[in-house]
Design a protein around this ligand. Structure first.
Ligand SMILES: Nc1nc2c(ncn2[C@@H]2O[C@H](COP(=O)(O)OP(=O)(O)OP(=O)(O)O)[C@@H](O)[C@H]2O)c(=O)[nH]1
Ligand SMILES: [Mg+2]
Length: 442
């Protein structure tokens, strides 16, 4: 059975971030293996950077060994963790093994030593003071002693694995075809509050497929919203110039009072709205507009709606806006249009670092946000996708790319579910239409 650390996600995260963003890999757990220093040292010898964590009643203390347990004397960083605060104190040079009291020789580090078989650690008053612990903290009785190898977040093997996943996803999305060839391109509408990151997602997808950062869609921060036109963005792969089989449709932000008009959403969904149409929050498009698309076909309509939210502000949306989004969602359900949620800005959540993007949904703060979206809007967990958009970077990052591509893949699966579920007569008539067009072109 795999051993699990006693540290909470938050405690582990604080230590990880404090000691340079390392991943903690549990090597020894005294409560499972044995409270015996020889066994512990035998298992943890020569593993490179190592952390010993002692779980007390109200506090966690420990030692960070930059070079791990080995024969040379070295400086040792002692630490104490309370809530999310880490305090440290450097001691040494000492033999790292002398962190543990040796009963045979009575050798140990005088100011700090662990008597593992007695489940206690003795800390001098001077070190207690430096760590911000009260002097009566010593001896401190411990429930556990866990020892971790501190690994680089992205080692060589993981970098290679990510590159493979990234290439497989790029390949899968390049060769994607909408269900039954019913439409040449999947049309995906991005809807969401002002500033949620809709246009940034367009730029992120474009950047990933182009192979370099692009800022084609205008992004920014404005309380009244930045995007005021309906824009449809085809995506091309690198330099080959061929459009990929999907189009991202960017819209004006939703707002409690102003913003995108609900009637305009209906027109976009039905394919009546032309590219570059200038929205007016007060006056939705009508059939009298000179560029209104009257005889829209399945290929002009929206095949999947993506509700985009800034993850850090999901709980602060006004009551009126939440009610508006729920109304839009109910209308989509009624007309059979499938939709998913895309959470952006995960990188700006507290304590989240770049390394967390590898497995972002397992991070505690992100899990809480997923629950909030599920609870407040009723979206299924499997329909909630998470990305970190490219906003101020100069270069692409394979880990971000993978998140963006995974989200896009899920969106395209949803498009296919929608197309497959269309009433047969609609499919057949569209098929006939595209055959006629094809013949005409020939
Ligand atoms: N840190 C971070 N910032 C983001 C992310 N996505 C978007 N932003 C920032 O959020 C702000 C708004 O982004 P936009 O893409 O313009 O948002 P929008 O939904 O298109 O906004 P409107 O067009 O006004 O409705 C910009 O300053 C972006 O740089 C993200 O994933 N992480
Ligand atoms: Mg925008």
């Amino acid at each position: 059975m795999a051993m699990r650390t006693r540290l909470t996600w938050l405690q582990e995260k604080c230590l990880q971030n404090y000691f340079g963003g390392k991943r903690l890999c549990l090597l020894y757990k005294a409560s499972v293996q044995k409270f015996c220093e020889q066994d512990l040292l035998g298992k943890c010898w020569n593993h490179g950077p190592t952390m010993v964590v002692l779980n007390g009643e109200n506090c966690v203390v420990g030692a960070y060994l930059r070079e791990g347990f080995q024969k040379r004397e070295t400086y040792i960083t002692l630490f104490a963790l309370r809530e999310t605060e880490v305090s440290e104190c450097l001691i040494g040079p000492h033999l790292p093994a002398l962190l543990f009291y040796d009963a045979e020789t009575s050798d140990c580090i005088p100011g700090f030593h662990i008597v593992l078989n007695e489940k206690k650690v003795t800390i001098s008053s001077e070190i207690c003071k430096k760590l911000g612990l009260p002097p009566q903290h010593s001896p401190m009785f411990i429930q556990d002693c866990e020892t971790f190898r501190c690994e680089e977040l992205l080692d060589e093997r993981m970098t290679r694995d990510i590159a493979v996943i990234q290439n497989n996803l790029l390949q899968a999305l390049r060769t994607y075809t909408p269900y039954g060839d019913l439409v040449p391109q999947a049309r995906i509408l991005l809807l969401g509050p002002t500033g949620a990151g809709k246009s940034s997602f367009v730029n992120s997808v474009k950047s990933v497929f182009r192979g370099s950062i692009t800022h084609q869609a205008l992004v920014g921060c404005d309380i009244d919203g930045v995007s005021d036109k309906y824009r449809t963005y085809p995506i091309t792969y690198r330099d080959d110039g061929h459009p990929l089989p999907f189009v991202l449709c960017d819209s004006m932000g939703l707002n409690q009072k102003a913003g995108l008009h609900v009637d305009d959403i209906d027109s976009i969904l039905k394919g009546h709205t032309p590219d570059r149409y200038q929205f007016n929050s007060m006056k939705p498009i009508t059939p009298n507009h000179p560029n209104y698309i009257h005889d829209s076909l399945l290929k002009d309509t929206i095949h999947c709606v993506v509700f985009v939210f800034d993850v850090s502000s999901i709980e602060h949306l006004s009551y009126g806006l939440v009610a508006k989004i729920k109304r839009i969602r109910r209308a989509l359900i009624k007309s059979g249009i499938l939709h998913v949620v895309l959470l952006t800005h995960v990188d700006s959540l507290d304590l989240i670092t770049k390394g967390d993007l590898i497995d972002i949904c397992s991070c505690e703060p992100v899990k809480l946000k997923l629950e909030a979206v599920h609870r407040d809007f009723g979206f299924a967990f499997s329909d909630i996708l998470v990305v970190s958009n490219y906003v101020s970077e100069w270069y692409l990052d394979p880990v971000k790319d993978v998140l963006i591509l995974l989200a896009l893949k899920q969106i395209l699966y949803t498009v296919n579910d929608f197309l497959e579920d269309l009433p047969l007569n609609k499919q057949v008539s569209e098929e006939k239409y595209s055959n006629v067009c094809r013949k005409k072109r020939k």
